[in-house]
Design a protein around this ligand. Structure first.
Ligand code: SAM
Length: 223
């Protein structure tokens, strides 16, 4: 199978299962126009995030790594009217584009976007007593994934769901000798999933328009 075939099948499934949506289309268009990298989840993955948040009956969500707000909008749409999503983003330009995309999607009232490096904003959230979150989506700089996992656990409760994207990295994850900091971060993150007794976790390999990668799902089973 090639990326071309995965992309064709992705388009076939997206056309069937993900209705055309002007707010999400606008988000991708304005992100591209602003020169943001196309590192958002795919439409099918966005819908997976929505379904997981709905299954979870999430009322409060934390997202680490927002880019132009594409996954943020998918996740925020799963929330009830009084729900909330805190989105963490380090890049001021990405945050500005995300704010405008979230506004045009009508979600400014439920989404709070915090600008800053997540390793600075996460301790602030904890100090403010925010959380525990029902769902935490980790999708920022992969080299810091191990620290994000530790923070995600601190900001969780029994029953919280922790999700992380890009944990396979085109198969590079099996290379124990890698010098790639992102792969090292993902390998350490996967080891934490395996050894942390408070979570039950799995990883699903993914293929599609975004190439070959993986989604990690960890259910917090103990406080
Ligand atoms: N979740 C987004 C989506 O699917 O639409 C994609 C996020 S993109 C893969 C990663 C984002 O994390 C980028 O916007 C990047 O600026 C941000 N980022 C990188 N390092 C960060 C850090 N230390 N703290 C917070 N955000 C960071």
């Amino acid at each position: 199978m090639t990326l071309e075939q995965w992309t064709t099948v992705d388009r076939y499934l997206t056309d069937m299962l993900v209705p055309t949506d002007s707010a999400l289309d606008t988000t991708l268009q304005s992100s591209a126009l602003a020169g943001l990298p196309p590192h958002n989840v795919s439409p099918l993955q966005g819908k997976l995030l929505l379904l997981l948040a709905q299954i979870q009956r999430a009322r409060n969500i934390l997202e680490i790594g927002t880019l132009g707000g594409y996954s943020t909008i998918w996740l925020a749409r799963a929330l009830p009217a009084d729900g909330s999503l805190i989105a963490l983003e380090a890049d001021p330009k990405h945050a500005s584009v995300a704010r405008s995309n979230i506004a045009q999607a009508g979600l400014s009232d439920v989404v709070e976007l915090r600008l800053g490096r997540a390793l600075d904003t996460l301790p602030q959230l904890a100090a403010e007593g925010r959380g525990p979150f029902d769902l935490i989506f980790i999708d920022a700089d992969k080299s810091n994934n191990p620290d994000y996992f530790v923070w995600a656990l601190k900001l969780s409760r029994r029953g919280s769901l922790i999700i992380a994207d890009n944990v396979v990295r085109n198969g590079a994850v099996v290379d124990a000798a890698t010098s790639d900091k992102s792969v090292q971060g993902v390998r350490r993150f996967n080891e934490l999933l395996a050894t942390e007794s408070r979570v039950s976790a799995t990883v699903i390999q993914t293929v599609g328009s975004k190439g070959y990668d993986g989604f990690a799902l960890a259910l917090v089973t103990d406080d």
